[in-house]
Write a protein that binds this ligand. Sequence first.
Ligand code: HEM
Ligand code: HEM
Length: 180
Amino acid sequence: MPPAATPAFHPVLRMLHWSMAALIVSMLFIGVGMVSTAGPAYSWLLSLHRPLGVAILALALVRLPVRVWSSTPALPANLPRWQARAARGSHLLLYAGMIVMPLIGWAMVSAAGKPVKLAEGIVLPAIAPHDLTLYAMLREAHGILAYALFALILAHLAAALMHGLVRRDGVLRSMLTGNA
Ligand code: HEM
Ligand code: HEM
């Protein structure tokens, strides 16, 4: 059983939260930039997109156990029940997004029959069979889920600002400085 709640997020969780937030938001813009160009920037952006996406997956796999086994601050007791539920549900979906998005990207490149190249000489094994119908399905899912994740992140940002600027209840501080 995880230990009892404390006033702040574990420093490792805070460090991972902010570095992964920057990476994930960058990836959304790199992805959109990539599919909006047919010029030479395309392959440069794609060569950035693949290793960053896999790095997000690796960091999420470090973050999950730290999250499960460290104590986390309790939400303010006077927070309406629907907001507490929305917070828990959206955090679960954010975790799902940071794991599912890179896996779909990796599987999609595998299904296209292309090498999942991270850097010169570093190529990941295929995790899906070479199948163009599967590629088309995964490509569609990668696009739709990317926009859903973007919408969720915007809602998450709005909630964080509501806590920090309107309610001033220590929730934003617990992720920023570690003091509730
Ligand atoms: C958190 C991780 C990731 C995010 C947020 C993300 C986001 C995106 C976005 C927003 C797009 C554009 C979608 C569209 O407008 O239809 C995209 C396309 C793409 N992504 Fe990702 N992606 C991630 C991980 C990955 C990974 C790990 C790979 C491969 C190893 C990958 C490969 C691709 C490819 C090949 C495309 C389409 C390029 C094209 O059709 O021209 N993505 N991604
Ligand atoms: C854009 C700026 C962001 C701000 C200002 C922000 C702010 C916060 C704050 C204040 C908390 C604590 C909330 C609570 O205890 O209920 C939190 C938690 C969390 N945030 Fe963010 N966040 C941002 C971006 C992101 C992004 C991009 C992701 C991932 C896609 C993310 C994933 C999470 C998760 C999963 C939690 C729950 C705590 C945990 O289990 O690690 N955040 N965020």
